[in-house]
Each structure stands twice: as C-alpha cells, then as structure tokens.
Design a protein around this ligand. Structure first.
Ligand SMILES: Nc1nc(=O)c2c([nH]1)NC[C@@H]1CN(c3ccc(C(=O)N[C@@H](CCC(=O)O)C(=O)O)cc3)C=[N+]21
Length: 302
C-alpha cells in the first residue's frame, strides 16, 4: 500500500517568510525602504478577525509595517471607499487588502475597483485579473500563487504538458489558478457544479486543485494514481467525537477526503498546514513585490 508525500505547506511558507525577511532588511539597507501593508476589516466576523490578526503578526515578523483599520459592521460603501482612497495616496502604504466577505450593504466589486492596482496585493482588481489572463506582469492572487509554488516544489519548474484539473471557478482561486497553470503550459480543465462526470474528469488529472468549498467532496477513487493534489478548501465541520461535537467543537477539513486520497495520490497538501499558510506568505511576497515596483527597484527572486 502506497502513501502520498505530504506537502508541508506550513514549513515551506516559513522558509519563504524567512527569505522575505532577509529581502526586506536588504531593501531597507540599500534603498531606505520599508514595505507597508494596510489591512481593512469591516465588521466583527470572528474568522476574519483571526485571519487579520495572523496577517498583522506575519507582516511585522517579516520586518514590514502593518496598518490595521477596523470599521463597524454598519459602515457604508462611501466611507470604506474614502478610506481606500486615502490609503492609495499614503506613501507609507505599499499594499492594501480589504478583508472579504464584506457586509451586505457594500458591493465588494466597487471597493476592489477603488484600490490602486499597483497596491492591490490580493490581485483582485480587474486590471490585475486582466493582466494575469493576458500573461502580463501584475499582482497575482495569493492563494493560487502559493499553490503554484508548492506544485513547482514537488514537480519541478517544468509543468508543461501535464493535465491539470481545477475544481472551482471563483475569481479569487479557480480562475486565476487556471490562468497560472495555463501560463505554465499545462493542459487545463476547469470543473464546477455543472460539470458532467466530474469523478472521471478528476481521474484524468496529473494535477488536481480542489477549490470548491465542499468538505471532503473529492474521494480517493477520483484521483489518478500518483497525481499531485492541492487542497485549497478550509471547511469547519463538527468534531468526530460525538460528545465534543455536541459541545460545538469543530475541526478543519479540506475539499478532499484526505486519508483516502493520500493512499492514491503521489503528493497531497493537508488541511490545515497546506495551502493556508502559503496564502499568508504570498501576501507578504506580493507586498514586497509591490514596494519594489512602486520604487523602481528590481524585485528579488523568491
Ligand atoms: N481580501 C481577502 N484576502 C484573503 O486572502 C482572504 C480574505 N479576504 N478573506 C478570508 C480568506 C481566508 N484566508 C486564509 C488565509 C490563511 C489561512 C491559514 O493560514 N489557515 C491555516 C489554519 C487556519 C485555522 O486553523 O483556522 C491552515 O490552513 O493551516 C486560512 C485562510 C485568506 N482570505
């Protein structure tokens, strides 16, 4: 019985963050620049508060400046856009991230459109989405960027000709992920809720990226033996222990049934400890990239 290589995203992300810290220090010494990241959180969503705190800590630990802006749940769209426009003009701010989801009175597309594309470290602005789709330089969404780094670590720099299946078509993961895989000369399929014979599609894939937000939807027998499986899902489900579950305890699972899949795949990311930590490391990477480009400084290789 084979067992997949477990891709340690947490350790990979830590090594990336260590390199970024050195590059941030070097940028300060050579050019007197210190990257600054502004994170805007509207409302009290407990999960969002945890993410924002983790991002702030990671930002400071890398030697960058962190600016946190917390606005009440009742904030109107104009007030939020006014803040974004102030951050656009602030020379100490090189990167801007508006935490999603936003409360229902605010249109996320209008807010993202207000962010200066050069400071859009999430890579969500239409200009950056268009640049990625056209193969032009821009800022790339953090989660797909982190997935590509893990794929290149496992499979090497040349992914050309491999069959890749992206499960999910969101603007923040599925679509940009498909663009990156296509730019790497993979043969790319995007599958989604209307895809017919989904398990058969998955079984053809040398690279399977699951980003649908459905707990453990991808089963072991959907996976091609030896395939590389990247699980982007972060789903909170009741604890396995019925007593603990009755007390409201939860656990995190991915979009892939991990134990089953690990018996078939060649390599697989766990949840937690896989893609999630890469997302935060790539946010720091994008903030460094944005700072260098804004100041005409050569971007260091990650
Ligand atoms: N504008 C915006 N940009 C984002 O990048 C963004 C966002 N909004 N809204 C929320 C999602 C979620 N997200 C995560 C980042 C790291 C982990 C992460 O590090 N997870 C750990 C563990 C998490 C845990 O234990 O709860 C792991 O997977 O190992 C998870 C989720 C970024 N998001």
């Amino acid at each position: 019985m084979s067992q997949a290589r477990i891709i340690d995203g947490k350790a990979f992300a830590q090594r990336l963050r260590d390199r970024l810290s050195l590059q941030v220090a070097a940028l300060g010494e050579a050019h007197g620049l210190q990257p600054g990241l502004a994170v805007v959180l509207v409302g009290e969503n407990p999960a969002s508060q945890v993410y924002v705190r983790n991002k702030g800590q990671a930002t400071v630990a890398s030697g960058m400046r962190s600016f946190e802006h917390r606005l009440p749940d009742t904030t109107d769209q104009r007030t939020l856009i006014d803040l974004v426009e102030r951050l656009n003009r602030d020379p100490a701010v090189n990167g801007i991230l508006v935490q999603l989801p936003l409360p229902p009175q605010i249109d996320p597309a209008a807010v993202i459109a207000a962010i200066d594309p050069d400071k859009d470290v999430d890579g969500f602005h239409v200009e950056n989405a268009g640049r990625l789709a056209l193969g032009l330089p821009g800022l790339v969404p953090c989660t797909p960027l982190g997935c590509m780094m893990l794929l290149n670590d496992v499979l090497g720099d040349d992914l050309s000709g491999r069959r890749a299946l992206v499960l999910g078509r969101s603007s923040i993961v599925g679509k940009p992920m498909a663009s990156l895989l296509l730019a790497a000369s993979c043969t790319v399929t995007t599958a989604h809720s209307r895809t017919r014979d989904l398990a058969d599609e998955c079984r053809r894939a040398d690279i399977l990226v699951a980003a649908v937000g459905r707990p453990e939807m991808v089963r072991g027998d959907w996976i091609k033996p030896g395939a590389t499986v990247i699980d982007v899902g972060i789903n909170r489900v009741p604890s396995l222990d019925p007593l603990a579950a009755s007390e409201g305890r939860t656990r995190l699972v991915g979009d892939v049934a991990f134990a089953e899949a690990a018996r078939v795949a060649g390599a697989i990311t766990p949840v937690p400890g896989g893609v999630g930590p890469m997302t935060i490391a790539c946010l720091l990477l994008n903030t460094l990239t944005a700072t260098c480009r804004q100041n005409g400084v050569t971007v260091p290789a990650p």
